[in-house]
Ligand binder design. Structure first.
Ligand code: ZN
Ligand code: FE
Length: 252
């Protein structure tokens, strides 16, 4: 599995997936036609388009790419009326394939009602859209905070060495937020230099891994007494801690 990271719009990531054995090409969340097509042209084909959710910054390339390459568009059942050009409707926990690459549909509502992540268990790769970001998580637009927290926990439970490819380059702002409420986290501090260097050189800060996120992403650490203490929520449940963190981040 070869993955090409495509920077789109101001801070979106689309991803091209190439399965060499079967010469199969797919793209995850094409934000726009031009930036994606520049990369797709090298392969001169596009078999599949995978959408994590219906937002414009994740599907705006769908129709033009489908028309040019005759691609099949895959999206989730609950979003079937909102994903432009959808051909193949996916269900929760369904297993499917692009070429020889098998993936599982993880239902991750919260950001939107029909959000999904694509998990490739053999390759240990997950595309998380706007659910889990490097050091952060998506805003809650359509679901509830508890749905979002459950969704994040599903992703948290994937194998620790799973590589995480998320929908946006929000790492720097997420890092600043994590540092504010978890200032003594050594693993977090260790990441500052690397993240700043990548961004200075116009390089993406993705992928991250589940293991790294568990150590550093404050939204995956709501059960940690240190985080509870820093929020003055010593006796609160993880749900309450998550809820408070999400509110604080919305206004950060
Ligand atoms: Zn979105
Ligand atoms: Fe987005």
């Amino acid at each position: 599995m070869i993955i090409e990271i495509i920077s789109c719009l101001t801070d979106n990531f689309s991803y091209l997936i190439f399965d060499k054995k079967t010469n199969t090409v797919a793209i995850v969340d094409p934000s726009e036609f031009n930036s994606c097509d520049k990369i797709i042209k090298k392969y001169n084909k596009l078999d599949y388009i995978l959408n994590t959710h219906h937002h414009a910054d994740h599907v705006d390339g769908n129709l033009e790419l489908k028309e040019k390459y005759n691609s099949k568009i895959l999206g989730f059942d609950l979003d079937k009326d909102r994903i432009p050009g959808i051909d193949i409707i996916l269900k929760e926990s369904q297993k499917a394939k692009i070429g020889n690459l098998e993936f599982e549909v993880i239902f991750t509502p919260g950001h939107t009602k029909g959000h999904i992540a694509f998990f490739f268990p053999k390759e240990k790769v997950v595309f998380t859209g706007d659910t889990l970001f490097s050091l952060g998580c998506g805003r809650i637009f359509e679901g509830t905070k508890m749905e979002m927290y459950d969704s994040l926990n599903k992703i948290k439970n994937l194998p620790p060495d799973t590589k995480v490819y998320c929908g946006h380059e929000y790492t720097k702002s997420n890092l600043d937020f994590c540092l504010k409420y978890d200032p003594k986290n050594f693993s977090l501090k260790e990441k500052i230099f690397k993240i700043e260097t990548e961004l200075k050189n116009n390089r993406p800060t993705v992928p991250t891994t589940i293991k790294e996120e568990i150590k550093t992403n404050i939204f995956l650490r709501c059960d940690d007494p240190i985080i509870k203490k820093s929020l003055n929520l010593n006796n609160s449940s993880e749900d309450e801690v998550f809820s408070r963190l999400r509110d604080l981040k919305d206004n950060f």
